[in-house]
Write a protein that binds this ligand. Sequence first.
Ligand code: PMP
Length: 498
Amino acid sequence: MKIPLNRQSAQPIRVQIRDYLSRLIQSGKLPSGGRLPSIRTLSTTIEVNKLTVIEAYSLLEADGLIHARPGSGYFVNTTVIAPTLKSNFAPSQKVIIQENGGGSFLEQFTASLQAQQHLEIIDFSSGFPHASGSDYLHRIAKRALAHAAEDLFRYDFPQGQLDLRQQISQMLVHQGLEVSSDELIVTNGSEQALSLVMRHYIQPGDWVIVETPTYHGALAILESLGAKVIGIPMTGAGMNLELLEQYLHTHYPQLIYTISTLHNPTGITTSTAHRQHLLTLAHRYACPILEDNAYEGLNFEPVPAPIKASDSQDLVTYTSTFSKTLMPGLRVGYLIPTKQHYRHLVKQKLLSDLHSATVSQAIVREFLASGQYRRHLSRLRTHNLQSRNVMLQALSKYFPEGVSWTVPQGGFFLWVHLPDMPIAAICRDAIAQSASALRAIAQNILIATGAAFFPDQQGYPAMRLNFSRSPQEIEQGISILGKLLKRYLISDITGQAA
Ligand code: PMP
């Protein structure tokens, strides 16, 4: 391969190589799955140092265009999506009003962990990424501990380590959100961030808007605060904004909780126009927004800037986490409060646990500073995209007619909507009856039941599936689930007990 290089240009050679190959990939001249020249071959043909080629390939990898296969070389990512994989998700638009919550988050959380100890189970229920990167994690953790050795023996600032906050603020610029390191607070996962923020805005008896379905861990916090919840239904494009406006007008809620990108559990990402409209409504009714972006960085395609980026009235709080991209066990998340409430939230963080663990913060900082995080994300996205496509194909092949699902452009969940009758009633009993809302409904298949994600613990019949499993597990698990759904449908029609 010949790459025209301008050695007099101010643009570094690695960037010229990256741009040239990037154009070839995007125009299809280097096809999906195709192999790139080896580092040695390319460095000889275009007469550059091997390190320069490695750097160029790392840039392409971080851009999500190529991936490395250990021992075999670099390959172009597969991003082609078959046209049959379009979503026809269109649930009923019923608002749920819940004045006193009845969630069972603790039971669900514990049941999920217990079930995961059984290796024979195909687990589509969990809310964390498939394990990867433990080889470089060891290296990074060792380096992090060596760099930060002194600091690890002290207490830290409640808002978190400055160099970690600086790294996070640089990372956010790439996502269209410009905030300085002193607008950020590092938290113990984003669950703590949600808890601090909700506690700050909500008094018992206050109305709060959530999307339905929504993240059950957030519903549990609202319940513990004695909030009254208005569940505005999700459409295929995000929260139903017409209904939102009606309830803003009649109930004057204290907070809108939204997951704008790769929503949990549906996987839906809202458009720029939807974000702008939501923000306009929040400004008009002076209602603060809590924007939870827990799946940040896991998008297959570019996503609009966060809602917070356009907030001119200091009403939007933003939270995110490294749980979904690195490891939930590190417990590193963060919070960007409104400017007017920053100090108050730092104080609340101090009173809650003084500060987040310095060891975990040092590891995340090292991940970000070394550039390994971008490469890691790129690998994760490639894996997730492939497994999403496998699951979509399996759903089309094995699930009965009338069942619909979302087609997420990232993350690792999709949401399956079971139609109302006759299959739904049966499936609701089979799937949602369980006290834990997580149940191996057939031969060691674990799913997250839809009911858990609604404020009334019921909603409509649905299930959330984590697609970041191996192709074999997906094929096997979805075929079993499909057979089960069909069997319920047939026994319902023939009147036999299911
Ligand atoms: N927000 C959302 C939308 C989530 O899905 C989760 C975890 N499932 C969290 C917040 C909390 O995650 P963590 O505390 O591990 O950052």
